[in-house]
Design a protein around this ligand. Structure first.
Ligand SMILES: *Cc1c(COP(=O)(O)O)cnc(C)c1O
Length: 386
């Protein structure tokens, strides 16, 4: 007689690669089936056969991807959305007139635009705090009035680091929840819920999927309950759930998350180190550099690498910076981030005249190509732009 199986304590990397080892019962398929159905037949008692009723509340493939994400974040549950913004808008939809929200001065641009809209249309108040000042967040929260503290770390596109554990203490002290935009620090490097966050947000369009072929967003909670039920209800009523095929692509992308993020982080550090002090560059902004002001906190809360996102300030000014982003041959001049292919972007040109981003700032999303090709490409673009 064989012994009973020994329970293994598998690492998150293994659980991600195997998408929670959900082998299809009927066929044994190792790659999960795709559920594209928009509606679900009931049984002879008129009960749902499975917890699926209608596509707008999410089918099997969506729930499978959510299970993988909740597991990797160490959370209670996850909800997937058609885009990152759809997920963020759903969370902000819980705010009522008179409520107060706190967010960083530099944060995802469309997210800030939506907060401004809420302030104008709904009578919600917002305070944007200076994320480079360690005392600014505690001065920004209002006891009993602040409902959501929203932070992003590292903050796009300067890559300032916000101390998540400290932000959680401040938010909870004021009676607010802490939501963290971890789009550039996925669960392979940052476990925001373990650091005290109540909700983790990701644009799944970026690292989680990693192949620039879907848009998606996800919220994951530390604790479910009435607030979480409200978020799910808003998603069902708004119809902002992710579609089945996108969820399948996301599962496929998640299986290589750890590998991709590790490689992007290693290449980014090599690049940052190479270009720091370069004659055509004023500064390299990357939390993995020991000279970065947030490096010590980043070491504590980004345990699986500092990521592939960095910015460089080009000597000269706006014209040279624009030229560098036009002259690369490997880096693709496009918005977005966290994909396998490296991207380059002149942020000011994209954000428009109201942008407070430095005019000579170039944002790089380091992909998983050969790092020597990336270095050679930037070198030739810098030389041509001089
Ligand atoms: C892209 C992004 C978002 C928005 O996500 P979409 O999928 O584009 O809607 C939010 N926050 C950060 C940091 C992002 O990079």
């Amino acid at each position: 007689m064989s012994k009973p199986p020994k329970q293994l304590n598998l690492s998150p990397a293994t659980r991600a690669v195997q998408a929670l080892h959900m082998i299809d019962e009927r066929t044994g398929a190792v790659s999960p089936m795709i559920d594209l159905s928009s509606t679900y037949a009931r049984d002879e008692n008129y009960d749902p056969r499975q917890p699926y009723i209608y596509g707008r509340s999410g089918g099997q493939t969506v729930k499978h991807a959510e299970a993988v994400l909740a597991d990797l974040e160490g959370g209670k549950a996850s909800l997937l959305f058609a885009s990152g913004m759809a997920a963020m808008v759903t969370l902000l939809e819980t705010l009522e007139t008179g409520d107060h929200i706190v967010a960083p001065q530099i944060m995802y641009h469309a997210g800030m635009t939506w907060i401004h809209r809420l302030c104008e249309k709904r009578g919600i108040e917002a305070t944007f705090f200076d994320q480079t000042d360690p005392t600014a967040l505690s001065n920004a929260v209002r006891d009993g009035q602040t409902k959501i503290v929203w932070i992003e770390s590292p903050t796009n596109p300067n890559w300032d680091i916000i101390d998540i554990a400290e932000a959680a203490n401040i938010a909870h002290g004021a009676g607010a929840i802490l939501a963290v935009d971890c789009t550039t620090s996925p669960p392979s490097t940052t476990q925001a819920l373990a650091l005290g966050a109540d909700i983790v947000f990701h644009s799944a369009t970026k690292y989680l999927n990693g192949h620039s072929d879907i848009t998606g967003g996800v919220l994951t909670c530390a604790n479910d309950g009435a607030f979480w039920d409200e978020l799910e209800e808003i998603r069902t009523l708004q119809g902002s759930v992710m579609a089945g095929f996108e969820a399948w692509l996301l599962i496929r992308g998640l299986r290589t998350l750890y590998l991709r993020y590790e490689r992007a982080s290693a290449s980014a550090l090599t690049l940052a180190t190479h270009f720091q002090g370069h004659k055509a560059i004023d500064a390299v902004l990357y939390p993995g550099l020991p000279t970065h002001p947030g490096h010590e906190i980043a070491k504590r809360q980004m345990t699986g690498g500092f990521g592939g996102m960095m910015s460089i300030l080009i000597k000269g000014g706006e014209a040279q910076a624009r030229d560098v982003s036009r002259f690369t041959q490997v880096f693709v001049p496009a918005t977005s981030l966290g994909g396998v292919e490296s991207l380059i972007e002149h942020r000011k040109a994209v954000e428009g005249p109201h942008s407070i981003v430095a005019a000579n700032l170039i944002r790089l999303s380091i992909g998983i190509e050969d790092v020597n090709d990336l270095i050679a490409d930037l070198e030739q673009a810098l030389e041509r732009a001089e």
